[in-house]
Each structure stands twice: as C-alpha cells, then as structure tokens.
Design a protein around this ligand. Sequence first.
Ligand SMILES: [Zn+2]
Length: 135
Amino acid sequence: MPGPAPAPIPETLPFWEGAADKELRVQRCTPCSRHYFYPRPFCPRCGSEEVEWTTVSGDARLVSYIINYRPFPPFDPATPVVVALVELAEGPRMMTNIVGIAPEPENLELDMPLKAEFIEYEDYTLPVFAPAVAR
Ligand SMILES: [Zn+2]
C-alpha cells in the first residue's frame, strides 16, 4: 500500500522523473566531481553552483535500519516496513525502504550489498532497494 504521493518541487523533479524511467538520479558537482543527495542547486562541499543531474548505478550498501512494525496510516499498520539508510556506490547516503526480504533482523546484515528497484504506483514510481544477492 503506497503512502502519500510525493509532491515534486523544481529541485526534486529530476529525481522523480528519473524514478519514473526506472533510473536512480542524483546530482554531481562539476568542479569537485562528487555526487550528493538530497537535491539542492549547489554543491554541499565546495558551494559551486556548477552541478548536474546524473544517473547512478543503483548499487548501494546497508548502513543502518529500523523495522517499523506498526506503520502509521495511510501506510498499512499491519504490514511492517524496513526504513533504511543506504550508501550509494557513488557516495551519497539516502533514506529508503528495503524490499524483497521478510522484514526481520536476520535478513538485514549491515554492509550487505543492495540494488535499486522501482515500485510503480498509480501516481508515481518509488525507488527502493533490495538485496543484490538473493537471501
Ligand atoms: Zn563541489
């Protein structure tokens, strides 16, 4: 069951357009060549406004997580979800959900390799992550 649909703003629209194309997009600073997330019109490290959107690999690793056993409506309170912090192979970290496994600690090994997946809802597509290796 989807949560509330995202409401893109100019700074986040390319991220959601990428998701609709089943691509994970983040920004990269041209002068220092570093990727960053969340979206903003300047580099968080050097302050340059020479930034561009890029499609990244979708490869990531699990940094931390919680299991929400009682999601608050409009999410389904009966369906636990994994809320995770992942680090992309390109460097940025993002909050996301882990899918493709039962939401139990024994299935969630810190540092485990993950791969981006895309869940299509009626109004939007949500990037999430699943284990890169079947468990
Ligand atoms: Zn920079």
